[in-house]
Design a binder for this molecule. Structure first.
Ligand SMILES: C[S@@+](CC[C@H](N)C(=O)[O-])C[C@H]1O[C@@H](n2cnc3c(N)ncnc32)[C@H](O)[C@@H]1O
Length: 313
C-alpha cells in the first residue's frame, strides 16, 4: 500500500485521492485538501499524510461528538479508532463519554502528538495509541470501532469488521462498507468548519455487527404456553433476516423477525385460523443457542416465560 521515496509518496497519495475523488465526492474532498497551499508541514496543517493508504484529515470536533453519540458510547465501552490521526476520537470517547480505548495509527508523529494530548488531559491510562498498520492490527477488543478511511480501505476492511464480535458497533465518517452491508443508521450534518469538501457536510453511518442466525431454529413452547413444537427456517444477508415458521408442523405467520447485534426478536401468529393469539420472542444469541423470554398474548392476558432455542445450521 505504501511507496518508498518521499516525493513519490506525496505524488502517490495525491494521485490516489484524486483518482478515488473523481468517482466519489467525499474522496474528492481529501484530494482537494492534498492540493491546498500551506506554509505549515502537511501533518501540522492537518491536511495530508503522504505516507499512508488514507491521508491525514482530522474529523471536526463536533462531528467526533456526533459520531460518539450515534454509536451510544459510554463507560462500559472500549473504542478503537482505526487510523487515529491526532487521537481526537479516542480522546473524546475517554474524556467526554467515560469510555476506554486506543487508536491505531501508522504515522509515529501523530502517535506522539496523541500521547501528549492524553497526558495533558490526565487520561493516559485509559486512552492509548499504538503505531501500527491497520491491515495488521487486531480489533477484537473493541465494543465500538470508529473509522474515517477512504473507500478502498473500507472495502478491504469490511470482511474483518463484519467478523467482529456480534454487537460491536462501527461508526464511520463519510465512507461506507462494502456495497451489500447497508448502515443501520445514517446521519448527514452541516459542518461549517469542515477542512475538506465543497458542500461542508459530513455523513455519519452506524452498523452493528449481527450475530449469525441463518439455519433452522427448533424449540418447544414453554409448557404454560401450550408446549407446541416450533420450527423456524431463517435466511440472513448481513443484518437482514427472512424466514418461515411452523407450529406443530402447521404454517404460522412469522412477524418482526430481526437481529440487532446479539438480540433476536420475532413473533408468531396463526395464519387464517379462527383462534387469536400471539407469541413474542426476545432473546440473546450465543453461538448456536438463544435464550430470553417468550410472551404469550391471548385475549386480554399475557404470560411470560423463559425461552431457549437451538440452531441447526
Ligand atoms: C482521514 S484520517 C482520520 C484521522 C482520525 N481518525 C479522525 O477522524 O480525525 C486517516 C488516518 O489514517 C491513517 N492511516 C492511513 N493508512 C493507515 C494504515 N495502513 N495503518 C494505520 N493508519 C493509517 C492516516 O495516517 C491518517 O491519520
Amino acid at each position: 500500500m505504501k511507496s518508498h521515496t518521499p516525493p513519490l509518496r506525496v505524488l502517490s497519495a495525491l494521485l490516489l485521492s484524486a483518482a478515488i475523488g473523481a468517482a466519489l465526492q467525499p474522496a474528492a474532498s481529501f484530494a482537494q485538501a492534498g492540493t491546498a497551499p500551506t506554509t505549515q508541514s502537511p501533518v501540522d496543517a492537518g491536511i495530508v499524510d503522504e505516507d499512508t493508504d488514507t491521508p491525514y484529515v482530522p474529523t471536526p470536533i463536533d462531528v467526533v461528538e456526533r459520531m460518539l453519540h450515534l454509536a451510544g458510547v459510554g463507560p462500559s465501552d472500549y473504542l478503537i479508532d482505526i487510523g487515529s490521526g491526532d487521537g481526537r476520537i479516542v480522546l473524546a470517547a475517554v474524556s467526554k463519554f467515560g469510555a476506554r480505548g486506543h487508536g491505531i495509527e501508522i504515522d509515529p508523529r501523530l502517535i506522539e502528538r496523541s500521547r501528549q494530548s492524553a497526558a495533558k488531559l490526565g487520561i493516559g491510562d485509559r486512552a492509548q495509541f499504538l503505531t501500527q498498520d491497520l491491515f495488521e492490527s487486531d480489533f477484537s477488543k473493541a465494543t465500538v470501532v470508529s473509522v474515517y478511511l477512504l473507500p478502498k480501505v473500507m472495502q478491504l476492511l469490511t470482511p474483518k469488521l463484519a467478523a467482529l464480535r456480534p454487537g460491536t458497533r462501527i461508526v464511520s465518517h463519510d465512507y461506507a462498507m462494502l456495497g451489500d452491508w447497508q448502515p443501520d443508521m445514517t446521519l448527514r450534518m452541516y459542518v461549517p468548519d469542515k477542512p475538506v469538501g465543497r458542500d461542508r457536510h459530513s455523513t455519519l453511518m452506524l452498523w452493528t455487527v449481527p450475530a449469525q442466525v441463518a439455519g433452522r431454529w427448533q424449540f418447544d413452547l414453554p409448557k404454560a404456553q401450550g408446549g407446541a413444537r416450533v420450527e423456524i427456517a431463517v435466511s440472513q444477508a448481513r443484518q437482514i433476516l427472512t424466514g418461515k415458521a411452523t407450529l406443530n408442523g402447521q404454517p404460522v405467520d412469522l412477524q418482526g423477525l430481526r437481529i440487532d447485534g446479539e438480540r433476536l426478536r420475532f413473533a408468531l401468529e396463526p395464519s387464517g385460523r379462527a383462534e387469536r393469539f400471539r407469541h413474542e420472542f426476545d432473546g440473546v444469541v450465543k453461538g448456536d443457542s438463544v435464550s430470553g423470554t417468550a410472551t404469550y398474548h391471548a385475549r386480554a392476558a399475557a404470560v411470560a416465560a423463559r425461552w431457549e432455542a437451538r440452531l441447526a445450521r
